[in-house]
Write a protein that binds this ligand. Sequence first.
Ligand SMILES: [Zn+2]
Length: 158
Amino acid sequence: MTLTYKDAACYELFRPADGVVLGRIRRGVYQVAGEAPCTLQPYTGTVCELDGRLAIKLRSAGVLGYLDGLQVMTDEGECLQLRQVRRPADWRSLDDPDAYRAFRDFAMFLEESGQARPRPLELKLAAAPFDPCPECNDHYGFAEDCPRCSGRGFVPEI
Ligand SMILES: [Zn+2]
């Protein structure tokens, strides 16, 4: 299962060759390493969509690199990597598993009955600190007996 970048989450950008952490991304805001955690000003760049792809766009000018899953390819051909890290404990999100399950079920019900999902529901689900279970992928029939997620269909993101 390929890990995908989530706008609501936190990441470290590091160079796989030597493990050096180059910067961090919090809720789509990129800051080079060594600066105080995200006060938003000053920041180094943002993660945004450019030419149909996600990119780390620098505030000064140019693009640090384009995302492919959690890999970041720079223009110089260097392959960097994002590693998801814990969100600050005081960030508000849909972190109650039972509430998250209820929202997911409601979203699935809307989809299966051909109704559009309201945008606030989409945003709430996308911002929740959970990922689909890598074992059963919340598949009906597999999730119930899944030892990885205990039947929930999703797991904590970290
Ligand atoms: Zn599972």
